[in-house]
Design a protein around this ligand. Sequence first.
Ligand code: ACO
Ligand code: ZN
Length: 226
Amino acid sequence: QNDDDQLIIDAGQKQFGATMCNSCGMLYSTDSPEDNFQHTQFHQRFLDTIKFVGWKKERVVAEFWDGKIILVLPDDPKYATKKAEDVRRIADSELGFQQVNLSSPRAAKTYLFINSDKMVVGCLVAEPIRQAFRVLAQPERPKDMTKEDFMEHHRAWCCSTVPEKAICGVSRIWVFSLMRRKGIATRLIDTVRGSFMYGSPLSKDEIAFSDPTPDGKLFATKYCGT
Ligand code: ACO
Ligand code: ZN
């Protein structure tokens, strides 16, 4: 890249004024009053939601040098289930899920990763299932095809039609944008495998991801080694 190109890029960014807030992770244009307003609206609510004050009774299921994982069950005290639900809402809105309902709320287990700054930076919702359809490897997109066309053509047959036995379905997995690629999702899944069924650790094959996003697929493919 030559210097002229760089100048043009710098000028473009300056004009757009794109900034990423380094506490809430929101990307917005500081030059736009609308964007500034939206950021102000989002910022405090987000930080309040992921703030974790600590509970008298915490079901700690894993501990690490940089945090811990706690498990919240449907019959836990209201303060615990409310925190789990609020964080799940954040994940849902980022995933673009409209409906907040779970398929089996009475059996859902929510795993929260709390970091050393007392913030909930990861959330995983696991539900018991009987079967799942394996996501098949995506074929390469031909050069002359737009991403949208490709997605349209392939959505229908990216999953196997043969049901396979599975025990645990991951219906949501989310990590705070500023904390990604630090192995938090990996540690959440490892912890689910070890604690979902008392006394009997699950193999990678017994875990299924429901309806994964592109990020989710990249992660799942890496995790499962497929
Ligand atoms: N692109 C490419 N590879 C990835 C990505 C990515 N975006 N994310 C994870 N991986 C792969 C990498 O190989 C990574 O190892 P590396 O960092 O050493 O290269 C490996 O997976 C392990 O990644 P983790 O650090 O454990 O994953 P992370 O904590 O960053 O969380 C997650 C991954 C949950 C997908 C996160 O990006 C996220 O919250 N995204 C937005 C929400 C989302 O799309 N969730 C999945 C929805 S699907 C569902 O809920 C069933
Ligand atoms: Zn912010």
